[in-house]
Write a protein that binds this ligand. Sequence first.
Ligand code: PAF
Length: 282
Amino acid sequence: MRIIKNVLHMQKIALNHIKNGDEIGLIPTMGALHDGHVSLIAKSRRSDDITVVSIFVNPIQFGPNEDYLKYPRTVNKDLEVCKKNHVDYVFMPAVNDMFPSNHKTFIEVKILQDILCGKFRPNHFRGVVTVVVKLFNISCADRSYFGMKDFQQLKILEKVARDLNFKTKIIPCPIVREKSGLAISSRNSYLSVEEKKSSENIFKILKEASEDFKIRNLNFVKKNVLEKLKKIPDSKVDYAEIVDFNDLSLADKDTRKVVFVVALWLGRTRLIDNTVMIKQTK
Ligand code: PAF
């Protein structure tokens, strides 16, 4: 496994692999690697000749009052995880190499970036998309792997890859959960013992919603989830919405494949989760 810290060096290595006919898989991360990331690495190892993991806490996707400075940084442990899982390259650029002071180009995805999480985190998706697109170009990736926990991020990146004709194929990967059902996330490390216990309710509530969805109308299911989420101790719900799986528009009674997406605060930690629900046709 090689650790590459320089943007041009990484791109040169990637271009050489492409010249040799290798297919490259990219797993973009902000570090603090967990079993969710390991599942993405494993998927790339099965499909790609070369697996690149990028570790970069991207400053431009954090708002001024968000957790950029306190975001968990566990580089030594991350490198061990990568080595154990047979990653070929870990790309760890410095902030001023990715975003020198004269960097002026940002990518926006109209509407999709302003709804759901985008309403509460202005500029977040502009920052995500800009850095991911740079990572596509630097790594020359044929495939790039994203967890479905960040469902809006996934859909936005799929749209970007299509709209801008990237050769990189976006590969969605299932949410990895703890035994309790809590979706694994680097930010779970912020949760206190009590909050961790409360957070277990989120998936339970979503699972109950999937059952209700089979027999009840969308408004009932949504209202019910909202009420239950609000009852979790110390919670503040940002949103609980049922959206079309394909384009994140609000679902209606005729939408067959929907996603129930939620975002809420538990104390000072913001969590997101979702579940896909498919209407059975009679
Ligand atoms: O999902 C994440 O960890 C980040 O948003 C990503 C895709 C690595 C971009 O910084």
